[in-house]
Design a protein around this ligand. Structure first.
Ligand SMILES: [Zn+2]
Length: 75
């Protein structure tokens, strides 16, 4: 699979997309400040949610591809 999936991290409090600094590496225990509501988001929790969303995205993409293939098969 050569597709690139971007995973967005969202604020735990207001659901807006968190601006993660380019090139900055966040580690476990870090806090990311939300630019919208000013709340501090726990990096671990934010990442967990982002991962779940990423998995969903990949699953959806895979399902679409399989469906497209099946369609071609039964033409
Ligand atoms: Zn927020």
């Amino acid at each position: 699979m050569d597709k690139h999936y971007t995973i967005e991290v969202v604020c735990l409090f207001c659901d807006s997309v968190l601006k993660v600094e380019e090139g900055k590496e966040y580690t476990s225990g870090d806090m990311i400040k939300c630019h919208e509501c000013g709340e501090m988001n726990d990096f671990d929790s934010v990442l967990d949610i982002a991962k779940e969303k990423g998995v969903e995205m990949v699953k959806n993409e895979a399902t679409k591809e399989i469906k497209a293939k099946l369609k071609n098969l039964f033409k």
